[in-house]
Design a protein around this ligand. Sequence first.
Ligand code: SF4
Ligand code: SF4
Length: 115
Amino acid sequence: MDVNVNKPHCTGCSHCFDVCPVAVFEMREIAKDPDGSKGYINADNTPEDKKWKGVEDKTYYDKWHDQTCHEHYTKKSVAINGSACILCQACLIECEGECITITDDQGQVYQSIYK
Ligand code: SF4
Ligand code: SF4
């Protein structure tokens, strides 16, 4: 199983971290790697065009940055333990940024769409 996060879309809501039963995700502070060059935010298998390079996706940023229900845009989710995924799909329906992609061992692709 491969799990990755489209970093510019990730709002930092931590929902994936909170719901995943097998600790696939780790929330990492943007301040420690502001433009992704240190590899701290881009430590998973996210494809090059979806890596963190210091620029938020405007559509998701405009939608979520002033929501005060919980913290946003201080962290990014990093799928550090994708091989542990049991495909429960809990993260896929909780992902504000609709930015999680899971590919199973047969090549079937699952994409998050916010509930
Ligand atoms: S689908 Fe996988 S990564 Fe997502 S919450 Fe379930 S076990 Fe975790
Ligand atoms: S649920 Fe989605 S938007 Fe929220 S932190 Fe996880 S990957 Fe990012």
